[in-house]
Design a protein around this ligand. Sequence first.
Ligand code: ASP
Ligand code: MG
Length: 592
Amino acid sequence: MSLIVQKFGGSSVATPEKILAAARKAIRAKLEGHQVVMVVSAMGDTTDDLIDLANRITDKPPAREMDMLLSTGEQQSCALMAMAITSLGHKAVSLTGAQIGVKTDATFRKARIKSIETARLKKVLDEGNIVIAAGFQGIDDDFNITTLGRGGSDTTAVALAAVLRADACEIYTDVDGIYTTDPRVIPEARRVSRISYDEMLELASLGAGVMHSRSIEFGKKFDTPIHVRSSFTDIPGTMIVAEPERPDMPVSGAAITKDEALITVQAVPDKPGTSLEIFARIAARNISVDMIVQNVGESGKADLSFTVPRNELDTALEAVRDAAKLVGAGTVSANDSVAKVSVVGLGMARQTGVAEKMFRALAAAGINIGMITTSEIKISVLVPRDQSQKALNVVHTAFELDKPPAKPIEAWKPKAHGTDAAAVVARLQGLNMEDLTIDDVSLDASQARVTISGVPDSPGIAAKVFEQVAGAGIFVDMIVQSYPTTESLATLSFTVPQDQLDHSVTVAKKIASDLSCRGVTSSPKIAKLSVSGVGLRTHTGVAIRMFRALSEAGINLDLINTSEVRVNVIVDGNQGEKGMKQLQAAFADVLR
Ligand code: ASP
Ligand code: MG
């Protein structure tokens, strides 16, 4: 018999009427012949209200007691939902996280799911009930109630769908799907019928806050299709699955992040272990770092730029200043008036000219690009915050994200779960469900690097560079531009196939002299070392583990870039094999 998980968020169960409406949706699915598990959030602003209440008693509520308190929000709505279904003449049983057997670790307020028991759920379902599960909660080994972090009911829902091998996991919410960008910011944004897990993970990390990131990680890891749709209409929403709607299109979505600030460390001695020193100190203060860009510097010094949450800038700066002193780096500076604009798409990995198109759109709008970093499926640039809205707009239009697809989209078809269920279970044997899993540690030894130094800080340079490079038929992989520092000059590096190096250098030199840049350097053989997997974002420290492993082997990092699904570093070509061995050893415990 088919099984459907339906999750209703706080706004979808905010009033008795809405609870009854949700109950009818579940009953309808039941009458269509499915077994139904509902997952509910707390009604409306209940969780916020409970937090306020606690804060009126004390400003330091014990975390354990907070979870005891917050879990009651979901317990309320789940009991009410069971009553609603019963009143409409159908059988229902409500269950708390503990009753289901959602086992978590003991990290109160942001616990991770370790395992879920299915026996009780299945028994209650087989007796003909609709099961209503309280979202967002579990118990640790000592039976303490835990919660999964704000927005965690999504994660409960997808996790339940995964362990029950559900045919669908429907997330009912107050928006009708996933858009190419936030429709409140860009009204032309289009709802997509389908988006991939990886794209969604990137977009979620960029603040496109429709779904709890960890729920997407579950989807990807356990191959569970997720359907995000409106609780107030019946129109289909967006499927989050392995493949996007239009795999041939380079970009599926765009986003703007305004709550990050930039830190730049100049003249970092270009030797093993310096990045580690800096990032380990930031991590020790529990601050997450984003958009790391390290560029090859002149005379043995590198520039290191990265962003941190704006509200943690002061603490981060303290940590960085300490580290900079220790490693003998130069000035540490901060910039709080930037914003990050990103485009995301699985399709860009297979196409050329994508970055160029983005840079060209920004140049045409007169917007200066401060920093650039590209990964396989994401390009991010830093622009002045007061121009960021416009930047998002022109980029969204340049990639035709506002236009409906030219040819009709084939409907997504579920594949039978029979075979993958066994494979997935085998793959994750002996693991906790939310453990970090690394799918791949890889070495690409086929590339060379070109670096243009002393690039003037004015609009249009990146566009010109990559236009000419592309025009010369050169295939660019990674692009890294560090934030302009000394005398407003930036450093721009990119990687190309080794056999195109001479050609690339000729082109770069021509551009450098045309645009009065300082000069061009290159490295004929570099090694790109990558670690990819699930949970790279929510398990901080993957990049640090990588830096540590390479630094212990005395391997120097030339370029760094990070994304939600992959961390890449570029090292000297002769160090590739050695680096690869180091990384395989460093990640052996989580490599699947
Ligand atoms: N009620 C919890 C919150 O508001 C969990 C959820 O809604 O997903 O964060
Ligand atoms: Mg909520």
